[in-house]
Design a protein around this ligand. Structure first.
Ligand code: BGC
Length: 758
């Protein structure tokens, strides 16, 4: 029986491989024939990706671009919205250009299209790969219905520094979780790339963009290859393994060579080591920026980028304007250009654009498949699963219906900031504010009093920035004490106070680094005044980064972190506040006590002077003025119920070779309601040929338990889970002792020690 199964699987595999070889051969023949007809200018034109200018600046289509399209000097366009506009532009390419090569249309569809899901950092906190894949699937369905066939997502940059504003766009600090999410997103966007709702993904920002020095955007990174391979590169590789169609080069310098000109990254690692077959695009003006990086003029850096392995030039027009000259001068070869051109044409072929350039331009779909009730209800449910309950002393939450709630804070009655940083296709007017959501869910029997209570900050810097991106905040020009007084008056009449505080959407995201990661002082003052009344206060925290909220945590009975939850955020938050949904999100970043501890991450090295050890207290790896502890560890998040963990049992404490170890723990819901728990598996490799982290996430399961229910949760561990890149960058495991840990977060675990030899 087993043998028969194996034979069937082998036959299926062989058949699939044969079919793939045949498709590849067909594509190859098509592209080779087409390239045979192309002039040098037309080939270089395929490598050119201008921005449409239309979304970001509000200007209409650029006629200069139309002329270039006619001449075959454009390969694609990005951030142009609507099926009608895209169809018009595509028509120029396929009717007026000599060879009628269709354009690809890209967009930053990062966490949803018009139906917006939580920011990626929030989505990652669901630890639910099915939901994450579904969010990408819905985003692809909506974007493809509106003419888009390529998204600049997933962003999988590991980030351990909350000063860096783009931490909001990624999946947190862990390479294992980041890799699972990278795969889920690629699957969700691409499907098998043949359907009308399948769009091409672009994993970014390759590489190490999240390791920018001092958390300052676009800043330098310098890192040992061992650290890169073990901690930062795995999510990009996971996306490649999942078949991602394109890769975006990052802006930053990597060990002395910016990624855009880094041959080692783009060719040696990406193509030779990982076998990537798609195309590489620069980030916005990535080639031009090589000049201020200090690598030479536009001609020099364009040649460098092409030679390094870049195929498509976003915005700089360095390829378009200089490659011909570089070819004539022998600085690049015809083969370099042909190779890049071939990769772009192959991507268009895979998307089916040569068979039907209007495959993604279906007015009926555009009218019926975007921002639908079904998509919005998925977004609401997924958002609720991303919120993280950070504290709930005295069970202030869930709120009871009936009575009076005072809703205060600058983020309470605001629609525009709900979707979060990357929501280029969204209509902010359509998103649901928290005030609206509370009213929707509480119903008529509950009185909701509202007062703004404070501005975002004492000065208007953050508000102006939010306004620039259409996410305006209302500014109250009265003295702060007067604004607070209104909120205190509302709170005095209420049974419970809900304070919607934190960051606005544009305080994180691109070019939004902060050196101070606290809640702005004006809002802290409001919170202090509310706490002084003595009524129960719930802090609903909006943020795109881990914030330093030690005093807020010490002083406030309940804190629900809601990130930026997308277009349905208001309703989703209210669902959780009233207990319609039991929170189950778990943090994917460590939350520091203060910015001086940064970078603080759970999977750090032990050092030679750890806290536990014989050293005299002062001479340990610590600070004089703060402990090494975070406020909330990686993996942390509470529920309206309570889960207890029994002892960890392992199937064997001494293993040899390719065996499988079963690690089992009984998890009990010993609280009052049904709830979901993310059971997490960590491993520590106690002795290695190089130093190893004190803990590494190696698996997780999200389980649903009824009140009173217990379940045995088992993890199957094999030597593959023990592998790491050694000093020679060889990926293997080493014999020795290991600690297996299972728990509800990275700090509170049950553990067992084992020995495993080769
Ligand atoms: C960002 C990318 C984005 C690109 C195109 C850049 O500024 O770094 O993440 O995909 O713009 O909009």
């Amino acid at each position: 029986m087993k043998a028969a199964k194996i034979i069937i699987v082998c036959l299926l595999f062989a058949a699939t491989t044969r079919a793939q070889v045949a498709t590849d051969a067909k594509m190859n023949a098509f592209v080779t024939t087409l390239m045979g007809k192309m002039t040098l200018d037309e080939k270089i034109g395929q490598l050119n990706l201008p921005g449409a200018g239309d979304i970001t600046t509000g200007q209409a289509g650029n006629s200069n671009i139309a002329k270039k399209i006619e001449q075959g000097l454009v390969g694609g366009l990005f951030n142009i919205k609507s099926v009608a506009k895209i169809k018009d532009v595509q028509r120029i390419a396929v009717e007026k250009s000599r060879l009628k090569i269709p354009l690809i249309f890209g967009m930053d569809v990062i966490h949803g299209y018009e139906t917006v899901f939580p920011i990626p950092l929030g989505l990652s906190c669901s630890w639910d790969m099915g939901e994450i894949e579904k969010s990408a699937r819905i985003a692809a369905a909506e974007a493809s219905a509106d003419g888009i066939c390529w998204t600049f997502s997933p962003m999988v940059d590991i980030a351990r520094d909350p000063r860096w504003g783009r931490i909001a766009e990624g999946n947190g600090e862990d390479p294992y979780l980041g890799s699972q999410i990278a795969k889920a997103m690629v699957r969700g966007y691409q499907g098998n790339l043949s359907g009308k709702s399948d769009i091409m993904a672009c994993v970014k920002h390759y590489a190490l963009y999240g390791a920018a020095e001092a958390g300052r955007d676009y800043n330098t990174t310098d890192m040992s290859p061992v650290r890169m391979f073990n901690e930062y590169l795995p999510p990009y590789q996971a996306a490649v393994d999942a078949g991602v169609g394109s890769v975006m080069a990052s802006f930053n310098d990597v060990n002395g060579m910016p990624a855009t000109a880094n041959k080692w990254l783009m060719t040696d690692v990406l193509r030779k080591r990982w076998g990537f077959k798609g195309f590489v695009v620069t980030d916005y003006t990535g080639i031009m920026e090589l000049t201020p990086h200090g690598l030479g003029d536009l001609q020099t850096v364009s040649a460098l980028a092409l030679k390094a392995g870049i195929d498509m030039d976003m915005v700089s027009e360095g390829f378009l304007t200089t490659l011909k000259k570089s070819l004539q001068q022998g600085k690049i070869t015809q083969a370099d250009i042909d190779q890049a051109c071939k990769r772009i044409l192959e991507a268009k072929y895979k998307l089916g654009l040569f068979s039907d350039p209007y495959k993604y331009c279906d007015e009926h779909r555009a009218a019926t498949e975007i921002f639908t009730d079904a998509n919005r209800s998925s977004a609401r449910q997924i958002a609720a699963d991303c919120f993280v309950l950070l504290k709930n002393q005295g069970n202030v939450l869930p709120l009871k219906k009936g009575g009076t709630i005072a809703l205060v804070g600058p983020l309470a009655d605001n629609k525009e900031n709900m979707p979060g940083t990357w929501s280029v296709a969204a209509d902010f007017e359509k998103s649901i504010s928290l005030l609206q959501g509370l009213k929707d869910v509480a119903g008529d029997g509950t009185k909701v009093l509202y007062a703004q209570g404070s501005n975002l900050d004492a000065d208007s810097l953050f508000e102006e920035r939010a306004g620039m991106f259409g996410k305006s905040m209302h500014r109250d020009h009265r003295p702060a004490a007067e604004i607070i007084r209104d909120a205190v008056a509302a709170a005095n009449q209420a049974d419970v106070v809900v304070a919607a505080l934190g960051e606005s959407a544009e305080m994180t995201g691109e070019s939004s680094s902060r050196s101070n990661i606290s809640i702005p002082q004006a809002q802290q003052d409001l919170l202090k005044a509310l706490l002084a009344i003595g009524k129960p206060v719930v802090l609903v925290l909006f943020t795109g980064r881990p914030l330093a909220i030690k005093w807020e945590n010490d002083a406030t009975p309940a804190i629900l972190n809601v990130w930026f939850g997308g277009s349905e955020a208001g309703d989703a938050i209210a669902d959780v506040l009233f207990g319609k949904v039991n929170p189950s999100g778990k943090l994917t970043t460590t939350w520091p006590q203060n910015v001086g501890q940064v970078p603080l991450y759970y999977n750090h090295k032990n050092t030679g002077r750890p806290l536990e050890g014989p050293w005299f207290q002062k001479f340990r790896s610590n600070y004089l003025d703060v402990s090494n502890d975070p406020v909330y560890p990686f993996g942390y998040g509470l529920s309206y119920t309570h889960f207890s963990y029994g002892d960890l049992s392992v199937s064997n404490s001494s293993l040899k070779g390719n065996q499988t170890l079963m690690a089992t723990v009984t998890v009990t819901n010993d609280g009052p309601v049904e709830g979901k728990e993310v059971v997490q598996l960590y491993i520590r490799d106690l002795v290695g040929s190089i130093t190893r982290p004190v803990s590494e996430l190696k698996g997780f399961q999200k389980i649903d338990l009824k009140a009173g229910e217990s379940r045995k949760v088992s993890f199957a561990i094999t030597p593959a889970d023990l592998k790491f890149y050694n000093a020679d960058l060889k990926y293997d495991w080493e014999s020795g002792d290991f600690v297996i840990m299972v728990g509800g977060n990275s700090r509170d675990v049950k553990s067992a020690k084992i020995n495993w030899t080769k």
